[in-house]
Design a protein around this ligand. Structure first.
Ligand code: G6P
Length: 611
């Protein structure tokens, strides 16, 4: 995780770096720092805690950092070494003439550290990154350019990394390289930029160049050069990004989470547009894979994306009758999985950067499986690793806890299920079109779900006033929804919360129940609603307070629950989507009530680029 930025250009370096870091803070917020070229020297400023601490320190520096032209910055998610100023990036090498920022993990850092210590370097931090700083400094002192020094260092570094460096000897120049971790160059006029993700630079440019594994980028105010591992210059066309700067601003909302929950109708609209016609016909011709002979599907993902995968399994199996396995990517990659060329592996990742999901793709390729990625991030690593890509069009998601990306992932899986069902002829064309037409209602039904839940939130938050934990129960599609609801709550409110199949609850979790363990029951429709209601009665008998997510007209739910979070009546294909919305809002309001930072929950990061 961690975010890196770089700037070479006019005397507004600090402003650009700080703005960039603000938009990368989702990647980590244990500490932040800058290294700046000032008067032939490198100066660093670093602070523990979120970016505002660094901002404060810069403000107190009496204009010291005002007219700087070149520098690099970093926001940290700690891996090696606790969050402290010593461990904060940038790290200085040798006689402090070289500074480095890094995202990723240097796996052979211990060995390199030992070597460097033997050669007289002393270390000031516990980080793996500091070895890079000393490796560069050593070469630069011997007369290498920073680019040459980085080339030599790359031959020694093992692991995943995106690094950027500046040297006091080369004013106005930044060098950078990557292996596995993301890195983009932003192109400006009389200035150039560098960042872990395009979001950091949208206020400055929409023109980007990707840096590939093993390449070195050299930036000055007037030039960007990319060199391949063989040292030869690489010519690469820039790509444009349609997201605009406003998409990464709060736009009047108190937090990104609330903004992103409210953006869900638009995100669904954009995701379905062009893929689902007025007659409910699906067009997924953008998938350049032959889906007609798929015999088995494996979905791999992490976190919230895994929950989308569980819902995808349900829909694909129900509509297309193809067996689907859903695997947590970090388990799958080491599981010696069974598969062949008729296995379709669907890798879901909002960021497109999650290391375990990328590794799971490699594993799938190992047995000849075809990989379809579902991601929200154009140009991300996953788009290059997968054989084909379906983009969710949720727009940038900043809050660490995923909301709109989840709903759009589910919608894309629904489209895929319809397409597979058409190819397999498991349902009649008419039936598929009917379902397709229902899916088209997603944006408006989600809008209704948001409006309905918001009015009942106060009562639900009251139930959580003295809660010490919570149980989320559901059956069928309501089970993954329960898992997602519990994950949202624990991520941002730090309350232990468990999602469980309602019928299984009596085999263990029922022991948790008392009046301080609210039960959130996702009732759904049909026979499973009846069964869930019976299970909920069993918890009521043991003192549980119930919050029910139920149809707005469900009289029985009102009888049994302290609070009903009503959802609009919807066709089956939309049931999981609408039921998720009140749970997102519940987690949001419970966390806010507790005075917590919902966008940046402790210990988490949005994009997990380490194993
Ligand atoms: C982190 C985030 C989650 C996210 C998961 C997978 O844990 O905090 O919100 O669901 O990573 O991320 P991805 O980008 O692969 O969907």
């Amino acid at each position: 995780m961690c975010g890196i930025v770089g700037y070479a250009g006019r005397e507004r370096c600090v402003e650009v770096l700080m703005e960039g870091l603000k938009h990368l803070e989702y990647r980590g917020y244990d500490s932040a720092g800058l290294a700046l070229q000032i008067g032939g020297e490198i100066e660093t400023i670093r602070r523990v805690g979120p970016l505002r601490e660094l901002s404060k320190a810069i403000g107190e520096a009496n204009g010291r950092f005002e007219r700087v032209g070149t520098g690099i910055g970093h926001t940290r998610w700690a891996t090696h070494g606790r969050p402290s100023e010593e461990n904060a990036h940038p790290h200085l090498g040798g006689d402090k003439k070289v500074a480095v920022v890094h995202n990723g993990i240097i796996e052979n850092h211990a060995e390199l550290r030992e070597e460097l210590e033997e050669r007289g370097f002393s270390f000031n931090s516990e980080t793996d990154t500091e070895v890079i700083a000393h490796l560069l400094a050593e070469r630069v002192e011997e007369g290498d350019t920073l680019r040459e020094a980085l080339g030599a260092a790359l031959e020694r570094l093992e692991g995943s990394f995106a690094v950027a460096a500046v040297s006091a000897k080369e004013p106005g120049t930044i060098v950078a390289a990557r292996n596995q971790s993301p890195l983009v160059v932003g192109l400006g006029d009389g200035e150039n930029f560098l960042a872990s993700a395009v979001q950091a630079l949208l206020g400055e440019t929409r023109k980007f160049i990707l840096v590939e594994n093993g390449e070195i980028a050299v930036l000055t105010s007037s030039s960007v050069e990319i060199f391949g591992p063989d040292g030869k210059e690489v010519r690469r066309e820039p790509f444009g990004v349609e997201w605009d700067a406003e998409a990464v601003e709060l736009g009047g909302y108190e937090d990104y989470m609330l903004k992103e929950i409210h953006e869900q109708p638009a995100a669904l609209q954009a995701t379905l547009a062009g893929r689902l016609g007025a007659e409910g016909d699906v067009d997924l011709s953008e998938v350049d894979l032959d889906l007609s002979n798929v015999e088995r599907i494996v979905i791999v993902a992490c976190g919230t994306a895994y929950h989308a995968g569980l819902l995808g399994k349900n829909t694909i199996e129900r509509l297309a009758r193809i067996p689907v396995e859903v695997a947590i990517a970090s388990e799958y990659r080491y599981s010696d999985p069974i598969g062949d060329e008729k296995t379709l592996v669907i890798a879901i990742s909002q960021s497109g950067e999650t290391t375990d999901t990328l590794a799971a793709i490699e594993t799938a390729h190992g047995f000849g499986g075809h990989v379809l990625a579902i991601t929200n991030t154009r140009g991300s690593l996953i788009t290059r690793e997968a054989d084909s890509v379906l983009l969710t069009k949720a727009g940038p998601e900043i809050c660490v806890a995923s909301t709109k990306a989840f709903l759009t992932q589910v919608a894309v899986l629904d489209l895929l299920a319809l397409e597979l069902a058409r190819l397999k002829k498991s349902l009649l064309e008419d039936e598929l079109q009917e379902i397709g037409k229902s899916l088209r209602l997603a944006p408006e039904k989600i809008q209704e779900a948001i409006a309905l839940s918001e009015v009942c939130m106060e009562g639900a938050v009251d139930v959580f006033e003295d809660a010490r934990c919570a149980l989320f129960l559901g059956r069928g599609v309501a089970h993954p929804v329960a898992l997602e609801g519990a994950l949202k709550l624990k991520e941002i409110s730090y309350l232990p919360a468990e999602g469980y199949p309602a019928g299984e609850m009596k085999h263990g979790p029922i022991a948790l129940i008392d009046e301080s363990c609210p039960v959130v029951a996702i009732l759904g429709e049909g026979v499973l609603r009846e069964k869930t209601l019976s299970n909920i009665q069993e918890t009521v008998a043991r003192g549980a307070k119930i919050i029910a997510v139920a149809d707005e007209g469900d009289a029985e739910a009102r009888k049994i629950a302290e609070v009903v979070l009503p959802v609009p009546k919807v066709p089956e294909i939309l049931a999981s989507l609408v039921a998720t919305v009140p749970l997102q809002l519940l987690a949001y309001h419970v966390a806010k009530e507790r005075g917590l930072d919902v966008d940046k929950p402790r210990n988490l990061a949005k994009s997990v680029t380490v194993e």
